[in-house]
Design a protein around this ligand. Structure first.
Ligand code: ATP
Ligand code: MG
Length: 431
């Protein structure tokens, strides 16, 4: 079914248009699809542009020098133009009845009905039916300036409704991440979910535990780093899905701990603001903040058991990350700075050598983190405000700020007679 509906070509990435033209020039069909079409029709700026074609991955790969095939579960081609990536997918088709034993391994299904592999190719119309939501299944052909709408996506776009294509339970079993995508799109687009979109959440959310941790890591970034983090978080909470992503933090939030609640909401509000201002947001800060309530609680528990403060904080950080890795991966390039931000909190609350601390690579992030903790009502001895003043102060003002501090000793212990090494972090553990 085709519908005349103009999309201003100036709003489409010239690189996406180039890819489509090239494919069509070689005799293939090619369309703009997914978020690009949806967002342009809504008058929003698309995050990226996806192209759908009947060319096979190898054929696409051969047409574009700057391209690579990625994914095993779902093979797609990335065509690279500097920093812009155009995702090109081959039309997907229906799966044969007995997908579990496909001899060619183009398709595979787990016992719960999850598609472990989805590389059966098909026609344009079949491709539309394999997409997740009707508003994501609109195809636009720039050469004929037409929209193809096989799933009544235009109607749902008009009514601002998110509707799954096909039978919801089956579609969630095939890919439980679609539940997270439902929440993400409804929050980001401010659409309401059609009732059968949310109905299965309760029963099927535990299937999220079967998703590989690396994919969950990526999904969490999409949930919280695309400008609607706070709305998305509230929707996740409303649908009781947040606990499937961050169980340790959720356990604390469930006990109506207002400080943790305010902290996470303040952080997400701030993240949205930064995205809007085109300021960088880092996964380390995001994950570090969401896990902070758990780190704080564990630290307190260890202190109660008599662990000295420095190792208590370190161990709490390590244990929290270790536990979270069962649910989402956290690449080391993010978990290391995360721990640095956490460990710097105590030093910022009790600064020795403030001048040098300003030079630490993680100072800025740790200071922002401290401000958020203060905003959420955590007791930091008002040191966020102190550091704000300190950074703006001249030398003399800095001296007076430092002399006004009431520093506490880092550890309760007997005075040492002789100083052996300047840093004895681990030996502090000794009784
Ligand atoms: P965004 O604005 O986040 O890019 P998007 O709709 O473009 O939103 P993508 O993840 O870029 O989402 O995927 C592109 C398109 O591929 C989707 O619009 C949808 O049609 C299809 N798609 C993506 N993930 C799935 C999935 N898990 N199941 C079914 N279809 C999917
Ligand atoms: Mg997209």
């Amino acid at each position: 079914m085709t519908v005349h509906q103009s999309i201003d070509p100036d709003r489409i990435s010239p690189n996406a248009l180039k890819v489509i033209q090239r494919l069509e020039g070689e005799g293939f069909e090619a369309y703009l699809v997914g978020g690009g079409v949806r967002d342009l029709l809504l008058g929003n700026s698309p995050k990226d542009f996806d192209v759908s074609t009947d060319a096979r991955p190898e054929e696409i790969r051969q047409l574009f020098r700057n391209s690579r095939i990625i994914g095993r579960r779902f093979r797609i081609v990335h065509v690279l133009f500097g920093r812009e990536v155009i995702e090109v997918t081959t039309f997907r088709g229906h799966h044969p009845e007995n997908t579990t034993s496909d001899p060619n391994k183009h398709a595979r299904m787990s016992d719960s009905g999850r598609l472990l592999r989805d590389n059966i190719y098909g026609s344009l119309e079949e491709d539309a039916l394999r997409r997740d939501f009707t508003v994501n299944a609109l195809y636009y052909s720039p050469s004929s300036d037409r929209i193809l709408d096989y799933c009544q996506g235009l109607k749902d776009l008009d009514n601002r409704t998110l509707r799954l294509i096909g039978e919801p339970t089956t579609r969630y079993r095939e890919d439980p991440v679609r539940m997270l995508r439902a929440v993400r799109f409804s929050a980001k687009l401010d659409f309401s979910m059609s009732p059968d979109v949310e109905l299965p959440f309760n029963e099927l959310a535990p299937l999220l535990h079967d998703i590989p941790a690396a994919r969950m890591f990526d999904e969490v970034l999409k949930l919280f780093m695309s400008g609607s983090a706070l709305a998305t978080y509230r929707e996740l909470q409303r649908h009781q899905l947040f606990g499937f992503l961050f169980p340790a933090s959720q356990r604390i939030l469930r006990h109506e701990d207002p400080v943790s609640h305010h902290f996470i909401e303040a952080m997400l509000r701030n993240t949205d603001l930064r995205v809007r201002q085109n300021k960088p947001v880092t996964p380390a800060f995001l994950y570090g903040s969401i896990l902070w309530p758990a780190v704080r609680q564990q630290t307190e528990a260890l202190l109660k058991q008599g662990e000295p403060p420095v190792p208590a904080r370190q161990q709490a950080g390590i244990a929290t990350i270790e536990h979270q890795l069962q649910y989402t991966s956290i690449p080391r390039r993010f978990s290391t700075p995360m721990r640095e931000i956490w460990e710097l909190q105590a030093r910022l609350e009790n600064p020795r050598g403030a001048e040098q601390m300003l030079l630490l690579p993680r100072f800025r992030a740790a200071y922002d983190f401290l401000l958020l903790r203060e905003e959420a009502g955590e007791d930091t001895g008002n040191m966020g405000a102190w550091w704000t003043q300190y950074q703006d102060a001249d030398e003399e003002q800095r001296r007076s700020l430092v002399s006004g501090l009431k520093l506490t000793r880092p550890n309760k212990r007997k005075p040492r007679r002789k100083r052996r090494t300047p840093s004895r972090k681990l030996s502090d553990q000794a009784p």
